[in-house]
Design a protein around this ligand. Structure first.
Ligand code: PLP
Length: 359
């Protein structure tokens, strides 16, 4: 099947094959990675090489820490204010969908959360234009959700926040193209889309932002705890880190890095968007200049027909195309590991469905 799930989602076949081949005996150790002590020498090599690969692939500067955490991107919604609302107890937010809203609502429990702009007026179908003169220069940070998984929008241009650290949730676009890390105070992502299985949360944070958490911050929610212990304060999600390492190897050695990854992703997205733009039946729900390369929501405009399409598609091996309950219709998530062939075949099937439903 071709799996269009928004997450957890499709992983590269070669990665899963390698993991399967090494399942019972990793590199002659006689153990599965799942069975290893996280403090063993053999596992230490895995976590260290995962971090080194991520640093190479994303070109992460030396003054940033990479933390391998748990609790999902959702835990970051609380960890960020607890650790970073530490000078003026306030932060700016752009509301571009449910995840951005959740990050905002959680931060509002710990300090003043200020909404700079929102696209709620048109069901989050666009990225709002930002006016830097409305940004709070004294904010402790400025938060965006870079790619909005549910609504299929993405920031094409970063807000200029001056000295205020920019923080981005990159859960659904990490590793899809290169990101200039030094423009951010912090980046974070749940791994379960482009990076590996669920259970691993990656935080990339500038060192000077670590170490001033609120007094009440739980030890496990303090970035310093994890930075000081190389993500080994407690048991890290060992197997998920190992798979992430294999995914990074795939990007480096098979794909050829993030520039190549981006080319492939652009090609895939263009196939689908070009079809949506010319189709008489299907319509993309997002304004053109805000379209995501990763998540593509679309509708027929007729709920019963959407349902029929999803059922028919599933029978033909195109699975998990149902849109998020808040948007309805369909959503094709075309993450890194979705082959071009998967998108081409989906479009061919959509054409066929359209032909069969001509009035
Ligand atoms: N942020 C974005 C952009 C997401 O897509 C998701 C999940 O799909 C989350 C946050 C929540 O992530 P988690 O389930 O890892 O807490």
């Amino acid at each position: 099947v071709f799996n269009f799930s928004a997450g957890p989602s499709v992983l590269p076949e070669s990665v899963l094959k390698k993991a399967a081949a090494e399942m019972l005996d990793y590199n002659g150790s006689g153990q599965s990675v799942m069975e290893m002590s996280h403090r063993s020498k053999v596992y230490d090599e895995i976590i260290k090489s995962c971090e080194a690969s991520l640093r190479r692939v994303m070109n992460i500067p030396d003054n940033y820490k990479v933390l391998f955490l748990q609790g999902g991107a959702s835990s970051q919604f609380a960890m960020i204010p607890l650790n970073l609302m530490n000078k003026n107890n306030k932060a700016d937010f752009v509301i571009t969908g449910q995840w951005a809203k959740k990050a905002y609502a959680e931060a509002a429990r710990y300090g003043t959360a200020n909404v700079v702009a929102s696209s709620a007026d048109r069901t989050f179908s666009y990225i709002p234009k930002l006016d830097p003169s409305t940004f709070d220069k004294d904010a402790d940070y400025f938060h965006i959700c870079m790619n909005n998984t549910i609504y299929g929008t993405t920031f094409k241009e970063l807000p200029d926040t001056g000295d205020v650290p920019l923080i981005a949730d990159i859960s659904s676009c990490i590793l899809s193209e290169s990101i200039d890390v030094k423009k951010f105070g912090m980046l974070y992502a749940g791994a379960q889309k482009n990076m590996g299985p669920a259970g691993l949360t990656v935080v990339i944070i500038r060192e000077d932002l670590i170490g001033n958490a609120m007094e009440k911050t739980p030890t496990m929610f303090n970035y310093k705890t994890h930075a000081d212990n190389d993500s080994m304060f407690n048991t890290p999600p060992t197997y998920a880190i190992y798979i992430a390492k294999l995914v990074l190897d795939w990007i480096e050695n098979e794909v050829g890095g993030l520039e190549k990854m981006k080319e492939l992703n652009e090609k895939k997205a263009a196939i689908l968007y070009d079809f949506l733009d010319e189709s008489a039946l299907f319509k993309g729900t997002v304004e053109k200049d805000s379209r995501s390369m990763m998540n593509v929501p679309f509708v027929t405009g007729d709920e019963a027909l959407d349902k029929e399409f999803i059922a028919e598609a599933t029978k033909r091996g195109f699975v998990n195309l149902k849109g998020h309950r808040s948007v309805g219709g369909m959503r094709a998530s075309i993450y890194n590991a979705m082959p071009i062939e998967g998108v081409e075949k989906l479009v061919a099937f959509m054409r066929e469905f359209e032909e069969a439903h001509k009035n």
